[in-house]
Design a protein. Structure first.
Length: 280
């Protein structure tokens, strides 16, 4: 049974009770390492904190899981269900339930996969689809076996290009690496990837879009009983804030334009410095 670990959880070791964070500080270990050992490798929390280093593949002995009231090591469960521990552990990492990770068989990856591409139905092997997607066949296999995607979704969802993207920019056709596109657009590579994964764009569309379509945009909202139409910079000055704060509210927090420019900014109290005698 998987147990989540939190920094403030109380743990008793040799009759002494402390929080996980305090034990980690004492044993010079990060909380993240303890969480990974407990959730990903099935160790009990005391062993996860006190064990200095895990020998390679030692988690086969340490990882003990319970399924339907029966407790076995990870190695024993994998032998029973004829699945490799590597597949099970990778499934854990992307959020699979223990029983599903063990019992759902790996699809036969040698079969043809039929899907629609460019308006045409095609039946190809994984290497054939990988050539179309311009990715490694292992990326498609991982989508199916580890992420649990359907074969159709696995071969029709664009992958992050490893090399070059060709698209129009300022009336000119350019072929650049994704990092070069990010620099040219003045945005991060992650922003380009989000346009593909979140907004459903192709990589060509993602690098053809201007940096910030909201830049200079007029936002109309009510302020002090009066309707005003101002830019983000002007609204920021009115709120005693910054344009970045308004942009963050709209683009990162998902606020409406009106809410972003009418919600007051909370000012944090400044700390007073004291001299060595404790006087202000």
């Amino acid at each position: 049974m998987l147990v989540k670990v939190y920094k403030n959880d109380i743990v008793e070791i040799d009759g002494v009770s402390k929080t996980v964070g305090e034990w980690c500080k004492e044993y010079r270990r990060s909380v993240l390492t303890v969480q990974r050992r407990v959730v990903g490798k099935g160790m009990n929390i005391v062993d996860a904190i006190t064990t200095k280093r895990l020998p390679k593949n030692n988690y086969f002995r340490l990882a003990v899981y319970t399924v339907d009231g029966v407790t076995k090591t990870l190695e024993e469960w994998c032998e029973e269900y004829k699945i490799t521990a590597e597949i099970v552990l990778m499934r854990f990492e992307v959020g699979w339930a223990l029983k599903d990770a063990l019992t759902i068989p790996v699809r036969n990856l040698k079969n043809l996969i039929t899907a629609i591409h460019d308006g045409e139905e095609k039946s190809l092997t994984i290497p054939g689809w990988a050539e179309i997607l311009k990715c490694d066949p292992s990326a498609i296999k991982a989508r199916i076996s580890i992420l649990g995607w359907t074969p159709e979704k696995a071969v029709t969802t664009p992958t992050m290009p490893r090399r070059m993207i060709t698209a129009m920019h300022d009336g000119e056709l350019k072929t650049l690496h994704i990092k070069e596109w990010a620099k040219l657009l003045g945005i991060s590579r992650i922003a380009i990837e989000k346009r593909v994964s979140r907004d459903g764009m192709t990589y060509e569309e993602a690098v053809s879009r201007p940096r910030d379509e909201r830049k200079g945009k007029i936002i109309t909202a009510e302020h002090d009983g009066e309707m005003k139409s101002l830019t983000k910079k002007e609204w920021a000055e009115l709120l005693g804030s910054t344009p970045e704060t308004i942009h963050h509210r709209i683009c990162s927090l998902g606020w409406s334009d009106e809410k972003a420019v009418t919600t007051p900014v909370v000012k944090r109290a400044k700390r007073h410095k004291t001299d060595k005698f404790g006087e202000d």
